[in-house]
Design a protein. Structure first.
Length: 281
């Protein structure tokens, strides 16, 4: 981790002035606000009350196990292809989770690319930055004004995560790319029919485009789907890695009986361009 590289992404969450290194593992602003940086390569800049909690270590363990099976490799490859066509130097991954998707981008990119992995969960950010000097980490709330400097990212990646359109616009450079991945209505439909997964918003794609339109121009939409023949343990991890984990418990041997099945994975990948409009923080 480079404290200097990390600081170049960030602004103070209190006064919005730029942060810079002021001591070993400390970032501060000219107003005197100071923040300790974790030795593992990330800083927490959470400020004020929060309505939501980040993913737990158990959810991240399940996600890591499922991602390691390779079922989502086509999605990872598609994300990498779209982002690397931009030749970005600075990528902001909002809702980075385990870092699976952005690590795929870096594996295929120029060594000039750097990443800021952001998530509400400290455990998620810690996993994203682990072992990769090109990734810095930020614990922050997407619903608050982001502690990220104006026009600091060439690309923003947002996979199955909340979005703050005005703040995405502010932190993305003019002409920059916002890549958003959302599930299609058929995603995990077999699990929903069996009562193993929570329902999803039916018009998710339409709502996405509409909610972003004041700040971004929809440029491209790509669809990706496949059938997955999953073992019981894979199904348990698929349930346990997402929001369904808060409603369904399948973490013991008995709970795995009969879970094996074919499951649909279906995604929409939306590419947006930053509009030339003024947004105030």
């Amino acid at each position: 981790m480079s404290l200097q590289f990390l600081s170049e992404w960030l602004r103070c969450p209190n006064c919005f002035k730029p942060l810079s290194p002021s001591a070993a593992l400390v970032l501060s602003c000219d107003s005197g606000h100071a923040f300790d940086v974790n030795k593992r390569g990330y800083v927490s800049l959470l400020a004020g009350p929060r309505k939501f909690i980040g993913d737990s270590a158990a959810m991240l363990d399940a996600r890591n196990r499922f991602q390691s099976t390779g079922w989502f490799e086509p999605l990872q490859a598609s994300i990498s292809q779209i982002i690397n066509a931009e030749r970005p130097q600075r990528i902001l991954d909002v809702g980075c989770g385990t870092g699976y998707y952005v690590r795929g981008v870096l594996a295929d990119s120029s060594p000039m690319s750097r990443v800021l992995g952001m998530d509400l969960s400290p455990a998620a950010v810690a996993r994203t930055v682990a072992g990769n000097a090109l990734i810095d980490g930020l614990v922050a709330d997407v619903w608050a004004p982001l502690p990220v400097r104006d026009e600091s990212a060439d690309v923003i990646l947002n996979v199955f995560a909340p979005r703050n359109a005005a703040e995405f616009h502010r932190t993305l450079r003019p002409g920059g790319l916002l890549l958003v991945v959302v599930p299609q209505p058929s995603h995990l439909q077999e699990l929903r029919r069996a009562g193993l997964a929570v329902n999803m918003q039916a018009d998710k794609a339409e709502h996405l485009v509409s909610s972003l339109s004041p700040w971004f121009v929809s440029e491209r939409q790509a669809a990706l789907s496949r059938r997955m023949d999953l073992a019981a343990a894979d199904v348990a991890d698929l349930i346990g890695m997402g929001p369904s984990a808060h409603h369904t418990a399948v973490d013991d041997t008995k709970g795995l009986e009969g879970l094996e099945r074919e499951v649909t994975a279906a995604f929409d990948l939306f590419s947006f361009r930053r509009r030339d409009v003024t947004v105030t923080s």
